[in-house]
Design a binder for this molecule. Structure first.
Ligand code: LRH
Length: 492
């Protein structure tokens, strides 16, 4: 078999990368061709993505492939969810997309819920209530009468937009569209009633491609600029979490996963969305996946809290590497203080160490002082929150899992993997770390007939990448710790 070389662009909320995938006789190899920061830019009160810079970096990735003499069979782009750009009638982009953590969105979800009714929104979308869902972002822009809203003609999400820059073609994509909380999975289209009630023009919302659909090729101007041919572009599972779940090296149909990066996304893959009162009350989501699957999961704040702590200490002149922080955490006393990582206080960028301390004060706990104590508190709390959400996933889906697959960059944190296993009392299977990029590649290969289906792709992933197994350590402290965590956070 000839080798198939393809490229995955995987954009996370803090960095992006171009990953070359090579498939030789069913064996996958990856190589990072290009890595770049994705730093949001604050302008006045607003927080933006530097979308043109991201597009520039995508072109750099294409050039690096070219300079290595690689003949690309196709490319695909995935990114974080919910964010978008609006196009004018001449196809130009109306301003820099906003960051979903922008304070413009504060309080909007509550107003929209009040206006339309939470039950109405959930029954039509099956999507969890998160204050930054696209539905609330667009409502905020409408309330504020932003100029972009007045001249908009088309709505594209981040990967749609970058794909459009490359190909000149405007399509939306299913996995990412589902995260807007404006898409109806039962009707398999944008929810017209919801759009109408929100006074959002139907005409903005375009054709929704299934992951794995051909979505054009590099347009002539791009070919010329980069000195490349008409490389085919696919709509992959463009929501990074959807791609990450494609890459879970599961053997059985019923499995639980934790996609671990800036966010922690924990849940299971199902064939039909679970849109019930219980799901709504537990605030679970049913995000669209590859091959008409759904991700029944909950967002957990994840390593964001630690990254923001690091940023704050750096601002104060103290630079710690991630491994240094983890080592300090390990040396700090166990089970001393807990937070609910999903408390609203931790969502916005800012002075995270103070917010952790404030949380501890307001819950009458000892206050952690040094970085080691703070990181210990965050990591233990994350591990316990994983257990909590895993148990809810079991309850809601009527399954029981004998372990947890962990994928994403977070698995480099060995302590977190081990503590997660301790907290859930079950094995953790960690790998691959480049989950989203590998899922992106896999969907392109399935579309090209290189893999028969997602299960053949998952088998190849299992055989191509190492998986580290963590078994729960003996001792009951984790069980007692969990009880403390539940009562302090009020989750009991
Ligand atoms: C993870 C992620 C997550 C979304 C959030 C906005 O990168 O896509 O699934 O909820 O970013």
């Amino acid at each position: 078999n000839p080798v198939s070389n393809i490229l995955a662009f995987d954009l996370g909320a803090s960095s992006g990368r171009a990953i070359l995938g090579k498939l030789t006789d069913g064996k996958i190899e990856i190589e990072e061709l290009h890595r770049f920061p994705n730093d949001p830019v604050q302008v006045g009160d607003r927080l933006h993505w530097d979308i043109l810079r991201l597009y520039h970096e995508i072109k750099q990735g294409l050039l690096k492939a070219k300079h290595k003499g690689i003949d690309l069979a196709s490319i695909g782009i995935d990114s974080w969810a919910v964010d978008f750009g609006l196009l004018a009638s001449d196809g130009s982009l109306l301003g820099n997309p906003y960051h979903y953590r922008d304070s413009l969105y504060d309080g909007v979800m509550e107003r929209v819920q009040e206006e339309l009714g939470s039950g109405f929104i959930f029954s039509r979308t099956g999507i969890q209530f998160l204050p930054f869902n696209t539905i609330y972002q667009l409502s905020a822009h409408r309330e504020n009468g932003t100029v972009a809203m007045q001249s908009a003609e088309q709505f594209l999400m981040i990967p749609d937009l970058l794909r459009y820059f490359l190909t000149g073609e405007k399509y939306n994509e299913f996995s990412n569209a589902s995260t807007t909380q404006l898409y109806n999975p039962l009707k398999q289209r944008w929810d017209e009633e919801l759009l109408e009630k929100l006074e959002l023009p139907q005409s903005w919302f375009g054709q929704v491609l299934q992951p794995g659909s051909p979505a054009g090729q590099l347009q002539p101007s791009v070919q010329q600029e980069l000195g490349l041919g008409a490389v085919p572009v696919y709509a992959v599972a463009e929501h990074d979490t959807a791609s990450a779940v494609v890459a879970v090296p599961a053997i059985e149909r019923s499995f639980a996963y934790l996609s671990c990066g800036t966010w922690s996304l924990l849940g299971t893959e199902i064939d039909r969305p679970i849109i019930t009162e219980e799901a709504q009350q537990l605030n679970f989501t049913n995000e669209g996946g590859y091959g008409n699957t759904y991700r029944l999961l909950k967002n957990i704040m994840g390593l964001w809290i630690i990254n923001e702590c690091r940023r704050e200490w750096e601002r104060a002149g103290q630079t710690y590497t991630f491994p240094e922080l983890v080592a300090m955490a390990e040396q700090s006393p166990a089970f001393t203080t807990f937070i609910d990582p999903d408390d609203a206080a931790f969502l916005a960028p800012g002075d995270m160490p103070s917010r952790v301390r404030d949380y501890c004060k307001r819950t009458n706990q000892p206050v952690p002082h040094n970085p080691g104590e703070i990181i210990r508190c965050v990591l233990e709390s994350l591990a316990f929150k994983y257990r909590y959400v895993l148990e809810l996933t079991e309850r809601l889906s009527g399954q029981s899992f004998n372990g947890l697959h962990m994928v994403g960059g977070g698995i480099h944190n060995v302590l977190l993997c081990q503590w997660t296993s301790n907290a859930i009392g079950k094995p953790v299977w960690a790998g691959p770390a480049e989950g989203s990029a590998i899922g992106n590649l896999a969907v392109q290969w399935i579309a090209q007939g290189e893999f028969k289906d997602i299960w053949e792709a998952r088998r190849a992933i299992r055989e191509s990448f190492p998986i580290t197994i963590y078994e729960p350590e003996q001792g009951s402290q984790w069980e007692e710790g969990y009880g403390l965590f539940l009562s302090i956070t009020g989750l009991a």
